[in-house]
Ligand binder design. Sequence first.
Ligand code: UTP
Length: 466
Amino acid sequence: MEPLARHLAAFGQEHLLAFWEELSPSQQSALTVDIQSVDFQQLQELVAAAPESDIEDLARRAELPPAIRLSGAGNRFSREEARVARVAGVAALKASQVGVVLVAGGQGTRLGFDHPKGMFPIGPLSGHSLYQILLEKVVATSRRHGRPVPVFVMTSPATHDETIEFLQRHDRFGLPEHDLFIFCQGTMPAVDCASGNVLLAEKGRLALSPDGHGGLVSAMTSSRALASAQRRGLKHLFYMQVDNPLVAVCDAELLGHHILCGSELSTQVVAKREPRENLGNVVVVDGRLRVIEYSEFNALPDEIVLRRQENGERVFWAGNTAVHVFGVDFLARCARRGDLMPLHRVKKVVPFVDAAGKLVEPAEPNAWKFERFIFDLLPAAAEAIVVETDPRTHFAPVKNGPGQGRDTPESVKAQMIAVHREWLQSAGIELPQDLPVEIRPLFALDAEGVRERKVPEGLDAPTFLE
Ligand code: UTP
């Protein structure tokens, strides 16, 4: 304990050992491991760093990003361009060049669910979990093209063990064992904003939280997931979050645009519904694409938030859906550079054990968490494109708990039902108004898939097509 105490004292963090004598030997070892995992020098610098004040400057210099629209997303797309892109995307899938990255390490605090968010039951009639729906989409894509589509799932210590147990218990929802690579991301300690003290989650554990979705680059490298992708000959990785059950997994048109444009990093966006929507803003600054996060952006004055280009178009129209396509070579290049993924300071609510040993659950944000953002890679791409999709049909992230406004389980389920009804109707199937239907990915992935299936006539009760 002595060397540990001296080390902590050098950084003013000796309070972390306040309950040492009360801990069992195994708890003491766990605390020692936690403490040794922290780079206190780096932490001290991060806490002392000035807040990121360049957002206003960036937002003033930002220009609107040019975007390609996916079919159905608006009036600018050309059918021929879309067809050519789809052919290129399908060719890559049939050549086994495409894998999937699923980031599932977040703590999902806003949803307030006691398990990893991927286990949340979101199927409106089936009750299927986000993991099931997303992985079955991969399985269905793989069947459609007759080729394996490997999946790389990033977890964190908060989600790792339960995710593995859940996926194994359900036979990986049909994904072959050798096509699933699960790896765990790194963590960063949470620091009390007022005192700069690292927080304790328990008397014998630091409050450690995952280091952001941008932790992907180093976690894929150290776990050798990236090496595995390279060994398998993958060229493109379709990146998605765990919270959007309407995502068009490995969308051939998106992949095709990525390939035909020689893009290293393609980003899917939606037109924001309102200027201060909680979505990152995809813009061009100094000729490079980048994302301006919404938290600080939304606090800027109207004069900036509502800026228009000379042609009248809104600069900040493009909301980041967190669907990307990465070139595998590009990711490998980024992994070799240490400077691309800065840690950002974000203020969050973090429960902690106080000096008296009591668990405190703050009502207001009390602590700094440190996170890397995956979209910080955008400016590093030699070629990067923006592809617009229709939020109504492809974007329904579950973020908040029931009754908490937008992006709730209720709103997402209703949107899934609406989209699945449309697929059936576009195949000529008549449905009574308001009849809930849900379509399992293994039944059909989209409207085209529904047209290839036999659907029972005269549906008149809530139906789960599986
Ligand atoms: P969010 O930013 O929505 O965070 O993550 P969250 O942790 O899920 O939810 P809140 O903010 O605590 O309510 C977007 C995606 O990035 C993943 C999440 O699992 C989700 O798929 N993520 C986030 C990680 O994989 N690691 C992280 O450290 C953070």
